[in-house]
Every structure is written in structure tokens, then in C-alpha cells.
Design a protein around this ligand. Structure first.
Ligand code: ATP
Ligand code: MG
Length: 434
């Protein structure tokens, strides 16, 4: 196993695995969610340290101490977040000390710094803040320029325990500036690299069927590439990752893997470089110097919101109409009244007329329209809930497609947005037959 030599000449084993404990009773309620571990995981992975478990613990010293002792047996690096404040429910310091069998000691320099922080603001330090100067014996103090709670770095045998404050704007800079470089030095030069392939408009099973022959052999290659598939409404993601210490070799293997899998899945792949669907749509429009306009019924403006979330969208997005009521379809989009009476609002002729109408009215090059039945009411045997029609209009042609989408109102709407964005992507790409 690769290792490093410490100051007194001892060979040290590499740090390869990490565990994370998010501390805070509020994180055990439905109101707050632990996001710190996501940031920590991304950063740890980038230096080749795998997160092998994480947990959430309340502000109870005895329970937290048990959790820490249990965790320490399972990883090389244990990172805690939260519970370093001055109040009596901030128990992480005490719990760690108890789990490690070490005393807490007051650090006079640290106490002076905390006192100064208050004095700079013309305040006397409240006595309870003394708690924040308590350091586990032997710990290195990690400065916190964004708050009063300092972090701590503790070596215990071959393991490392790191205590970080809970607020993300304090935890993130502390980890990135003080902890990550120190861990990177001891992770044996290993790293993990990831790439994401994004696919729209195909079900997960179909993506798996297409991708499997390409990714299965990658797992047993000289540099193994691991693949996982993640599904969300309308979008399937293939995550490819490699790990090791030969960085150029990793990059080459990952790039080759991404190309092979993307080729196998085909034109439903819209991104292999991290871009979102709306970014890809915007980039393609910009390339052609085109503008898009939206006409939305059942999505109520969600497509326009996604498009305008991209910085610079004024360079390719004209605007949109929320044509919810049929009267708006008539008055704002010039849909002919007989189309509505003959085919109904959720129909291909009406969707096409909406797309044409918004394209002309807003002087755009591409018009996209969505009309559908998101539920929970309004379904019929011919047009059940989840029936959504999406049309795209460009100068030469207007095309509509009817989809039957699964799930509740929320899911149907989310899925419709993806299908509409993808329909624009396909209409704007250099060869629309692809
Ligand atoms: P403080 O000195 O601010 O009390 P602390 O280390 O005691 O620092 P906590 O009291 O545990 O931190 O958390 C303070 C705030 O930080 C919480 O209210 C919450 O908004 C945020 N926070 C805590 N833990 C997390 C987490 N795991 N993910 C995201 N946010 C968190
Ligand atoms: Mg607190």
C-alpha cells in the first residue's frame, strides 16, 4: 500500500476511506437537510478518498459519542459537521473527546482570538463562548475567518478526525483551504475522476439496453471504468468514474469510455461535458443566430423559466406566452377556433397552431408549444391524465408529438419540460434528422 513518511520518519498508511457525520437535531426533522456532506463528498472524491458511509446524529452527547466510536472503526478519515457553537446543545467537541478517551483543554491563544473577535465589534465576549476555546488534547486548531467556531484536526493512531462548523459558508472554505490539501498529501496520490453522459427522451431500460454492451467491458479494462445509471423525469444520466494514481492514464480511459458509451446510446445523448439541457439548447440557438419563443399551457411557464435560468439567454430567447385558458390560445396565439372545437385543446393540430402562433407573434425562428393533461382531473378514456402534446415550429415545418407520461401532476409537468427542451434541441441541431 502506498504511504508517506512523517516528520519523525515513520511510514504512514494512505488515507483512503472517509466517513461523515452531520450533527444537528434539526437535521432529523423534515425542515432541514444535510447538504454539507454533499460538498464534502465531492471534495474528498476529487482527492481519491471514497466516502464509505455517512450519518446524521442529533445534539445528544452520549449518542453522538457512540456514533463516533462506531464510525472510527470503519474509515481512515472521519469528518463531522456542526455542533461547534457556544450553546449547551453544541456537543461535538465533548462527544469526540469522550469517544477518543482524550480530555478537552482550553487553548489560551484561541480564547484570546475569540475574545478579540467580539471586541472588534465593540462587544464583550459572552461567557458561554469559552466553550469554543475547548480543544481535544493534541488537536490542531483550524481557523474560521467566517465565524467564531474554529475547526479541529485530530490524529488518532493511523486515523484522522476533523471537526468542522455547521454553516456551509464556514465549513466549505475551512475544508477546502485547510483540510483538503492536508488530506490530499496523504491519500497516496490517488484520485477519482467522473464524467456524466446525459440522455433525454428515452426510458431508463432502453438506455441500459443501448449502453450496456459499451460499458460492461470497461469495468474489466486495464483502468476499470465504473458506470452507474441515474433516472429523473425525462432525463437519464450515466455516471462514469475511474480511480487510481496515474492521472493521464485515468483521463484517457475516462475519455475513451465516455466516447464509447455516448456513441452506443446515440443521438438521444445531449451532453457529455456537464452542460444541462437548457444550456445545450441555448448554445445551439446562439450558434445558428436563432431565437426561440414558448407557448405553454399545462407547464405554465416552466419551460421559459428553465431557458431564462441560463446566463445570456437574452441572446437567443425571445419570450413566451402562458396560454392556459382557451381564450388566450385564441387571442394571444391566433389558434383558429375550429381547431379547438374539432380536436380539443390537447391535440396535435392545436399544439402546432400554438407553436406557429408564438413563433410569428414574437418574431422568433423557433416556436415550441406544450398542451396536456397533468391531472389529477381532466382525463378521459381517449386522453388520459399524462397525455401531453409538444409541437415545434420552424420556418419550413411544424411537427407535433403526443406523449403519455406516467406519474402525478408534478412529474408530468417536469417530464413535459424536458421533452419540450429536447424537441427544441433536435429542431435546432445542424442536422434535424439526427
Ligand atoms: P454555530 O456557531 O453557527 O452554532 P455550529 O458548528 O454549532 O455553528 P450548527 O449550530 O450545527 O453549527 O449549525 C448552524 C447552521 O448551519 C444550521 O442552522 C444550518 O443552517 C447549518 N447547517 C448545519 N449543519 C448543516 C448541514 N449538515 N448541512 C447544511 N447546513 C447545515
Ligand atoms: Mg450551533
Amino acid at each position: 500500500m502506498a504511504g508517506s513518511v512523517d516528520a519523525v520518519g515513520h511510514e504512514r498508511a494512505s488515507l483512503r476511506t472517509a466517513g461523515i457525520i452531520a450533527v444537528g437535531t434539526e437535521l432529523l426533522t423534515p425542515d432541514r437537510i444535510d447538504t454539507n456532506s454533499l460538498h464534502l463528498t465531492a471534495q474528498l472524491n476529487s482527492i481519491g478518498i471514497d466516502v464509505v458511509f455517512k450519518s446524521v446524529a442529533g445534539d445528544d452527547e452520549a449518542q453522538l459519542s457512540d456514533e463516533i466510536a462506531h464510525a472510527l472503526a470503519r474509515c481512515d478519515v472521519l469528518v463531522t459537521s456542526g455542533g461547534l457553537g457556544p450553546t449547551s446543545d453544541d456537543v461535538t467537541r465533548d462527544a469526540v473527546a469522550r469517544a477518543l478517551g482524550l480530555p478537552l483543554e482550553e487553548d489560551p491563544d484561541l480564547l484570546a482570538r475569540i475574545r478579540e473577535r467580539f471586541e472588534r465589534r465593540g462587544l464583550a465576549m459572552p461567557e458561554i463562548n469559552r466553550r469554543q476555546a475547548a480543544v481535544v488534547r493534541g488537536a490542531r486548531v483550524l481557523p474560521n475567518p467566517n465565524g467564531t467556531a474554529p475547526g479541529q484536526w485530530i490524529e488518532t493512531g493511523s486515523r484522522v478526525v476533523v471537526l468542522l462548523p455547521g454553516p456551509p459558508r464556514e465549513l466549505e472554505p475551512m475544508f477546502d483551504q485547510h483540510v483538503k490539501p492536508a488530506l490530499a498529501n496523504r491519500s497516496g496520490g490517488r484520485m477519482v475522476r467522473r464524467r456524466v453522459i446525459r440522455v433525454a427522451g428515452l426510458p431508463e431500460s432502453r438506455v441500459e439496453e443501448l449502453a450496456h454492451p459499451a460499458y460492461a467491458p470497461l469495468a474489466s479494462g486495464r483502468v476499470p471504468v465504473a458506470t452507474t445509471i441515474l433516472a429523473s423525469p425525462g432525463i437519464i444520466e450515466l455516471h462514469l468514474s475511474v480511480r487510481g494514481d496515474a492521472h493521464d492514464e485515468l483521463d484517457r480511459a475516462l475519455q475513451a469510455g465516455v466516447e464509447a458509451v455516448a456513441r452506443a446510446v446515440g443521438p438521444a445523448v445531449f451532453s457529455i461535458d456537464g452542460r444541462t439541457l437548457e444550456q445545450v439548447v441555448g448554445d445551439r440557438l446562439l450558434e445558428r443566430g436563432w431565437f426561440v419563443a414558448t407557448a405553454e399551457s399545462c407547464t405554465g411557464g416552466l419551460v421559459a423559466a428553465r431557458l431564462t435560468s441560463v446566463p445570456g439567454s437574452s441572446g437567443w430567447f425571445r419570450g413566451g406566452t402562458v396560454a392556459y385558458d382557451n381564450r388566450v390560445k385564441l387571442s394571444a396565439l391566433d389558434v383558429a377556433p375550429n381547431l379547438l372545437s374539432e380536436h380539443g385543446a390537447v391535440s396535435e393540430p392545436v399544439a402546432e397552431a400554438m407553436a406557429d402562433g408564438v413563433r410569428r407573434r414574437l418574431a422568433a425562428d423557433v416556436g415550441v408549444a406544450i398542451t396536456g393533461i397533468a391531472g389529477p382531473t381532466g382525463g378521459s378514456p381517449e386522453k388520459p391524465i399524462g397525455t401531453v402534446v409538444i409541437a415545434v415550429s420552424v420556418a419550413e415545418s411544424t411537427v407535433a408529438r403526443t406523449h403519455r407520461l406516467p406519474g402525478d401532476r408534478q412529474l408530468v409537468r417536469q417530464h413535459s419540460v424536458v421533452l419540450a427542451l429536447d424537441a427544441v434541441r433536435r429542431a435546432v441541431q445542424p442536422d434535424p434528422t439526427k
